[in-house]
Design a protein around this ligand. Sequence first.
Ligand code: GDP
Length: 200
Amino acid sequence: AKIKQVDFVKSSNRPKDCPRDERPEFAMLGRSNVGKSSLINSLVRKKEVALTSKKPGKTQLINHFLVNKSWYIVDLPGYGFANAPESARMDWSSFTKGYFLNRDTLVSVLLLVDASVPPQKIDLDCANWLGRNNIPMTFVFTKCDKAKGGKAKRLDENIKDFQQLIRESYRQHPPWIMTSSVTGLGRDELLLHMSQLRNY
Ligand code: GDP
């Protein structure tokens, strides 16, 4: 499951501009500031590889990174900018939903959820939508290092509460992994998980 090589392939404005080879891909999705860039960088152990624009209102891009010349990590625009205008939010959803519903080579969506805060409506909405549309997915809980002392219990509760709240949208509960880009927690587990799904 080792990552030996990562090449940035392209940024696409529209789902139909994405690479057309048949290589399997994993899409990383989450609220802005969830720790997506940090996690991608920790996975590939290369700085500055995640290029997604962080400013709301800017052109939204789907970024394809080719790993070991055989599969893709796809960096999708973050959602839930606190101050984004309604129009930008609508753009996000039609743009990204088109990608999820039509991308045949998508093996799984990695939905990043900040474990250090209680379940957020926008994350629940997203998880429920993916579940109801039968999009294969994995929950990746981020910032799990933020759990020292008494906070550890709260972190477990956040994760449990989240899974409880989305339960009814899934026939089978999706796999989930706890991660931290600070300590490296979950990195190997996530790489192994992706390699198992690719070979399934
Ligand atoms: P993105 O907007 O989802 O790409 O988020 P970033 O990767 O830029 O991270 C947003 C903020 O969260 C930054 O201040 C990071 O330093 C912090 N952060 C990201 N991952 C972790 C983590 O695993 N643990 C902690 N404690 N902070 C994190």
